[in-house]
Ligand binder design. Structure first.
Ligand code: HEM
Length: 257
């Protein structure tokens, strides 16, 4: 009985030691190797690079190819056919040229990491590039400079850009919601009949279980409107107007522009 208790306690101690990662402190080498080599690999720590250090990862000074986007550094060595010396996208290597992902200008003298003035759509496109690198390549760490400081913390400028990207995403979400509630009408024009707008369960590319009726939908604070398919529950809204000479219950209207 006592023997069983000793064995059981020893096993518990062993498991605890491995679990808390203290095994290396006191376990015999054989047991240590058995457990430690089989424990899941620890994620490698992110490094902080200065621009001078990043520039070395150009496939020549250092064998690897690194690039930075919005201050995040990625190892793109496995994409050497794009990024290697003389290849189409070698321009991006060893620097942060975030802006150039949008401008498409690949001249070294025009390389820039400044993006705060870009429109919401462009910032979203840039964010997609960053996500592309996160998905397809290994993140190495961060570049000390415009976006991150020496402690790897976001700089005030980095925060401005991050907030703008967040606002852009929110605007996109709002626009999506607006489109789902007020789906755009189908529109066609022929010389004989003029312009026709109409609604279906798929108009505006919004799949739904209702059709709606075409109405002029005025955007907040604007004199301009667009044709939207309006569901029964929204028919009384102040921001919508019926088309002249069209039956209010009709799903199709001929309109004068
Ligand atoms: C703003 C402009 C552009 C930027 C920033 C850009 C950037 C890039 C980057 C970074 C890659 C490599 C992706 C990877 O790591 O796998 C790539 C691939 C590619 N790009 Fe572009 N590109 C631009 C415009 C264009 C245009 C206009 C074309 C075509 C006329 C084009 C054609 C391609 C093709 C075909 C590939 C894939 C090549 C392959 O997989 O072998 N790109 N682009």
């Amino acid at each position: 009985m006592l023997k069983k208790a000793v064995i059981f306690t020893s096993l518990l101690v062993l498991l605890f030691a491995v679990w808390t990662d203290k095994a290396s402190d006191f376990l015999p080498a054989v047991i240590r190797q058995f457990f430690i080599q089989r424990s899941p690999a620890q994620p490698s720590r992110e490094v902080l690079l200065t621009l001078e250090e990043l520039q070395l990862y150009n496939g020549k000074d250092r064998p690897e190819l690194y690039l930075s986007i919005l201050g995040e550094v990625f190892d793109v060595t496995k994409g050497a056919k794009h990024y290697g010396d003389g290849c189409q996208y070698n321009f991006f290597v060893g620097k942060d040229a975030s802006r150039n992902f949008i401008t498409g200008n690949f001249n070294d003298e025009d390389a820039s990491d400044q993006v705060a003035d870009l429109s919401h759509d462009k910032l979203l496109s840039l964010k997609q590039w960053k996500q592309f690198y996160r998905k397809h390549y290994t993140k190495v760490g961060k570049l000390i400079g415009t976006y991150y400081d020496e402690n790897g913390q976001l700089t005030p400028h980095g925060k401005v850009v991050k907030d703008r990207i967040k606002a852009a995403k929110q605007k996109e979400k709002d626009a999506d919601l607006q489109k789902r509630i007020f789906p755009p009408c189908n529109l066609e024009w022929t010389q004989e009949t003029g312009t026709r707008v109409w609604c279906t369960e798929l108009s505006g590319g919004i799949s739904r279980d209702w059709v709606g009726v075409p109405r002029q939908l005025y955007e907040p604070g604007s004199k301009s409107y667009r044709c939207a398919c309006i569901s029964d529950e929204n028919k009384e809204l102040g921001s919508i107007k019926e088309y002249d000479d069209c039956d209010p219950t009709s799903t199709s209207c001929f309109i004068k522009i």
